[in-house]
Structure formats: structure tokens, C-alpha cells
Design a protein. Structure first.
Length: 446
């Protein structure tokens, strides 16, 4: 169990911080602890003073100088509650010492008269200070000694009275009982929350394991079945090339054999990708410079601008940004020969923005290269971005180029998978179906 799960009043947490109620959380956000202590101390000063002057405590019928001195001292003791977090033992000792002093002076008649026999002479602040030994383990042993002394003096065991003993015991035990209750409740809620989080993590790990097993099964099926058939096709084409008597048949057989060999190579790569772990096949954001260098190596002028700290982006967001740039650069090579590309990645506090824009192509694209792929690049890219709760926009620019803009959250937890949103089928426009527009992105050749 984590330290956070066991934290509570027993670990030095004041009673008020253990309340999980919504109104208590709003109260703590609205008022800092120091101001709350001042407000609490002011309330006890006013309450104790009004109770005393209304003869609900030790105030005599004919108050003298000593009585007024004790009243001023009581105000100072109640005001000392503002220090209960920094000096809990001193605050508890001050309340106990004041109660002993009041009891001695009232019992000897020095205050100007003896009050009613049913009144409790300890200040109401005893309710608050009595829980301090529960909340602060460092002062637990001396604190309980002071609380016990405070209870005995408040109950006046040398002159027992059922009403006085009951009120005094309630006054010094209510605070510790509430502290223990809220502390236990806080720990229980923390444990339940941790169990729920652990269950979610285990559920995600089981799903990840199931995905890995399915990927391995698909890879094995492709390797055993498809590879076998392709190998037979390649061998048959090779034999046909050897036995053929005319040149046209031999040429067709060689083309068929070469296509089969290429399909085997691509299938081998695909099986390798399926057998990879998800983290191994998804590069991080730091590889954007490599993508730009690859584009420049094939004659596409590419500029990369990264603004902000890449460390602000969580790994899953970084991988998604990488895929956006990779897809956009791939489709520039396929559909916009001779164009220059500008790649901008901006890392803000809570968002990551990706923008890939290319100028108008210098010439018509290669039909064979432009026709490769499945034609679902934008749809697949949009689905990937929606999984991390981001947005994607792509379209031609006014200068004849094309622009891809993605807006992503900076942080997406990797321990809990994002819920896949409900998607409607989308139909991408292509240069052939949309005259007068720039080239659209299609699926990159993997």
C-alpha cells in the first residue's frame, strides 16, 4: 500500500484536511490554511467570550479585577489557536494551563464569587485542541498526558457532578473521536481509490496482452499460409520462365516472379512489424529531425521548427505527432514533387500543435507512386488523433499547396487506454476527384 493511501490524521494531517466532502474541498481551495486558522481562532474567541459573559462558564456574579484579567487571558489563549499547526503542543499546554489557573482561582473565590455548580470552567477551545495528539504523532505522548489532565481538571473530580463530568468528558473527547473517524474514512476512501486504479491498470495490461497475442497469431498465420503460397507462386513463375519457348512468355514469367519476390519481402517486413511490441514500433518525437533529413535526402527542401519543451508531451502524444509528420511528408513525396515543406511543432503547457504545409508542386506527380497505398491515410490519421482526444484538419492552401494541422493534448495517460470515439465513415477527396485542388494525403507505404 502506498504512503498516500495510508495518509490521514494519524500521519500529521489536521482534521479538516481529512474531510473528503465536496463542500470541504471547495472551502480549502477558496481559503488558504493560514486564513482558515485565523478565522477559526476568531470564532473561538468570540464564542468563548460570549459564553463566559453570559455566565455559561466560570464568570462570577460580581466580577473583579482577577476575573477581567482571566477573561483577557482567555482571549489570548483562544487567539493562540492560529499556531496549532506550527506548535500544537504549546497550544494544548496553554489551554490546559489556563484551565488549571481558572479552576484554582475560581475555587478559592479570587474571581469575585463562585459561579453555578453545573458550569464547566474549561474554555470551548478544548474541543479543538484535544484532537492534536491524534493529528500530530510527534506530540502524541505528552499531548495525551495534557489531554488527560485537561479532562480531570475540567470534570472537577474532587467535586463530582454528573452534569459537569458529562460535559467535560464530551468537550475533551469529541475532537479525538471525530479525528479518528475522519482519518479512518479518509484511509478507507484512499484504499478503495487505489484498488480501483489497480483494477483499471490490470484491465489495461490484460487487454495489451490480448492484443500482443492476437498480433503474434496473425503474424504466424501470415508467415505459415501466405508465405507458403507466395513461395509456390514464385517457384512456378521461375519454372515457367525456364520452360517458355517465346520471349513474351519468359518476360511475363519474370515479371510475375519479381512481383512475388517483392511481395515476400514486404510480407516479411509486415510480419516483423506485427511481432514487434507497440513501444518498439512507435518512435518518439525526438525522431522528427530524422524524418526531415530523410525528406531532404530525396530532394525535398524541408524546414523543421520546434517551439517549446518536447518533454511536456506524454509518450503517446509524441508518437501521434510523429505519425502526423511522417504521413504528411510521405504524401508530399508522392503527390507534390518539387515542393518545399515547412514542419512546425509547438509544445505549450497543455497542448501540442503540429503543422505541416507544402508549397504548390513543381510538376505532375508520378502516377505509379501517387496510386500506391490504400487511399485511407487521412481517415486512419484522424482516427489515431481522435484516440488521444485531439483534432485534425487537412486541406489545400490558397497558394496551391496543402496543409495538415493537428491539435493534441499535451498529456494523455498511458496506463489507461483512451476510449475510442464513435466514428462515421469518411470519404477522402483525391486529386482525381477534386479538380483544382492540391494533392491529398494517402496512406504511407509502410
Amino acid at each position: 500500500m502506498s504512503e498516500r493511501a495510508t495518509a490521514g490524521p494519524d500521519c500529521g494531517r489536521p482534521l479538516g484536511q481529512a474531510w473528503p466532502a465536496p463542500w470541504a474541498r471547495r472551502w480549502r481551495r477558496w481559503l488558504p490554511p493560514g486564513y482558515r486558522d485565523v478565522l477559526l481562532a476568531f470564532g473561538f474567541v468570540v464564542g468563548d467570550t460570549l459564553l463566559t459573559l453570559s455566565h455559561g462558564s466560570w464568570w462570577p456574579q460580581r466580577p473583579g479585577t482577577v476575573a477581567w484579567f482571566l477573561l483577557g487571558l482567555q482571549v489570548l489563549v483562544d487567539a493562540g489557536l492560529v499556531l496549532r499547526r506550527r506548535a500544537p503542543l504549546a497550544v494544548l499546554g496553554a489551554v490546559t494551563a489556563y484551565t488549571v489557573l481558572v479552576t484554582v482561582l475560581v475555587s478559592t473565590g479570587s474571581t469575585g464569587g463562585r459561579p453555578g455548580p453545573w458550569t464547566v470552567w474549561a474554555p470551548v477551545a478544548a474541543v479543538l485542541v484535544a484532537y492534536l495528539p491524534v493529528a500530530y504523532p510527534a506530540v502524541r505522548r505528552p499531548g495525551w498526558v495534557l489531554v488527560g489532565l485537561l479532562t480531570l481538571v475540567s470534570a472537577r473530580i474532587w467535586d463530582p457532578s454528573a452534569a459537569v463530568v458529562t460535559i467535560a468528558v464530551l468537550r475533551t473527547t469529541l475532537g479525538p473521536l471525530l479525528a479518528l473517524y475522519f482519518g479512518a474514512r479518509h484511509r478507507l476512501v484512499s484504499v478503495l481509490r487505489e484498488r480501483a486504479e489497480r483494477a483499471e491498470r490490470e484491465k489495461y495490461l490484460l487487454a495489451a496482452q490480448a492484443r500482443a497475442d492476437e498480433r503474434a497469431r496473425i503474424a504466424a498465420e501470415m508467415h505459415d499460409v501466405v508465405t507458403h503460397r507466395l513461395s509456390l507462386m514464385v517457384l512456378s513463375a521461375g519454372a515457367l520462365r525456364v520452360r517458355a519457348r517465346d520471349e513474351e512468355t519468359r518476360r511475363s514469367a519474370e515479371e510475375l516472379r519479381a512481383a512475388g519476390c517483392q511481395a515476400l519481402d514486404e510480407l516479411r517486413d509486415l510480419v516483423g512489424i506485427l511481432r514487434m511490441t507497440e513501444d518498439a514500433e512507435r518512435p518518439a518525437v525526438g525522431d522528427l529531425a530524422t524524418l526531415v533529413a530523410e525528406s531532404e535526402s530525396v530532394g525535398i527542401r524541408t524546414e523543421l521548427a520546434q517551439v517549446g519543451d518536447p518533454g511536456r508531451a506524454s509518450p503517446v502524444v509524441g508518437r501521434t505527432a510523429y505519425r502526423v509528420v511522417q504521413e504528411a511528408l510521405t504524401n508530399v513525396r508522392k503527390h507534390a514533387p518539387g515542393a518545399s515543406v515547412s514542419v512546425e511543432v509547438r509544445y505549450d503547457t497543455d497542448r501540442v500543435g503540429v503543422r505541416v504545409a507544402n508549397t504548390a508542386p513543381a510538376g505532375p506527380p508520378d502516377p505509379a507512386l501517387a496510386g500506391s497505398g490504400s487511399g485511407t491515410g487521412l481517415a486512419g490519421l484522424r482516427q489515431r488523433i481522435e484516440l488521444v482526444r485531439g483534432t485534425l484538419s487537412a486541406g489545400p492552401t490558397s497558394d496551391g499547396g496543402f496543409e495538415v494541422v493537428a491539435d493534441l493534448p499535451a498529456y494523455v495517460p498511458t496506463a489507461v487506454p483512451a476510449v475510442e470515439p464513435v466514428r462515421e465513415p469518411t470519404r477522402e477527396a483525391t486529386p482525381e476527384t477534386t479538380p483544382g485542388t492540391g494533392p491529398k494525403t494517402t496512406e504511407a507505404v509502410r
